[in-house]
Design a protein around this ligand. Structure first.
Ligand SMILES: NC(=O)c1ccc[n+]([C@@H]2O[C@H](COP(=O)([O-])OP(=O)(O)OC[C@H]3O[C@@H](n4cnc5c(N)ncnc54)[C@H](OP(=O)(O)O)[C@@H]3O)[C@@H](O)[C@H]2O)c1
Length: 311
């Protein structure tokens, strides 16, 4: 089968990945074999591609057809359409995916939309679970125009949050407002006016995090879920006394939850099928465009999710 493998050349400006001929995966007893029809690429994967491990292959978001059910009898049967979240290896014609990371798709959810769900959707769902009730709360979201950000915006707004979205690209604010953002600002420094936030969901790091933190109310919470800028954060203890005194700063990793991916993927699929969650497909293209798409994702030229279709 054909599959993308990392080149390790990303630092020197070369392509992150090349298409290679590999043996078809041999699933473990708890894994189904999926014929991949579409996959999505994520910013976090662009980071990992810069220093890929020896046997690691990218691809955590797939949608397609079960061609072989898991040998232990778990999970969807052969012939079912599914969305899956394997640990890797998904940018390929075939992928082995644990039953615990698979959800079936109804006819109303096609594989292109489904492929945009796993990493970004699971992160958004779990981020809000970690943050607690947002109804009636003032929420500040950075990196809002990305894959995770669109889902967080729609889910938080539906739950009654007053959400301010930060996106450097003003035209991206139109869709974020349609999804329920009350305000959209191009710079986190411009968020909120004089009114503090109850909750900050921060994913850019660098200089943005301290600025966002300063906008929290006393005792508020900042959930830190990413560092898109790749720049570490410097905090000053004494700045907390200017407003966010006794604030909580919580580190977040979407994989660190007791629920199975399968259950949460099924919840996301239901929300899409019910018209309550709308995958934002900033790019849908043939998988031959994977390397170019990764560069565009890295350089902030893609809104929402990028989905590649396997031809
Ligand atoms: N902790 C976890 O478990 C977890 C899971 C998934 C993802 N993540 C992280 O969450 C973040 C969002 O993921 P994603 O897949 O949604 O990424 P994405 O689609 O690339 O979206 C990130 C957004 O952040 C903004 N951005 C990008 N580079 C930036 C920079 N240098 N400075 C400021 N803003 C920048 C961009 O918006 P504008 O250009 O419009 O401003 C972009 O749309 C990433 O940092 C990712 O690594 C964490």
């Amino acid at each position: 089968m054909r599959a993308y493998v990392p080149t390790g050349k990303a630092h020197s400006g070369g392509p992150h990945v090349v298409l290679a001929e590999l043996p078809q995966p041999r699933p473990r007893p708890d894994e189904a074999l999926i014929k991949v029809e579409a996959y999505s690429v994520n910013r976090g994967e662009t980071f990992k591609l810069e220093e890929p491990g020896a046997s690691w292959r990218p691809g955590k978001d797939v949608a397609g057809l079960v061609v072989q059910q898991a040998a232990d009898g778990s999970g969807p049967e052969a012939g079912r359409r599914v969305v899956g979240h394997p640990a890797g290896g998904g940018w390929a014609e075939y992928a082995a995916v644990p039953s615990s990371a698979l959800a079936e798709l109804p006819d109303s959810v096609n594989t292109v939309r489904a492929a945009a769900l796993p990493l970004a959707g699971l992160t958004a769902l779990r981020l809000l679970r970690a943050a607690g009730p947002v109804g009636g709360r003032r929420v500040l979201l950075t990196g809002a125009s990305g894959g995770v950000g669109h889902y967080v915006t729609e889910l938080a707004a539906a739950a009654g949050a007053h959400l301010t979205a930060v996106s450097a690209t003003p035209e991206r604010g139109v869709r974020l407002r349609e999804l329920g953002a009350r305000d959209v600002v191009a710079d986190v420094a411009d968020a909120g006016g004089d009114e503090p936030y109850d909750l900050v969901l921060e994913s850019t790091g660098g200089g943005a995090l301290p600025v966002a933190l300063a906008k929290l109310r006393r005792g508020g919470t900042l959930v830190w879920f990413g560092q898109a800028s790749r720049t570490p954060v410097t905090l000053d203890f004494f700045d907390f006394f200017q407003g966010p005194e006794s604030a909580t700063l919580r580190h977040f990793h979407y994989a660190d939850f007791p629920e199975s991916y399968a259950d949460d993927l099924a919840a996301l699929v239901r929300l899409v099928a019910d018209g309550r969650l709308h995958p934002e497909l900033g790019r849908v293209t043939d998988w031959s465009e994977t390397a170019a798409t990764l560069v565009d994702l890295r350089d902030r030229r893609i809104r929402g999710n990028a989905v590649l279709t396997v031809s």
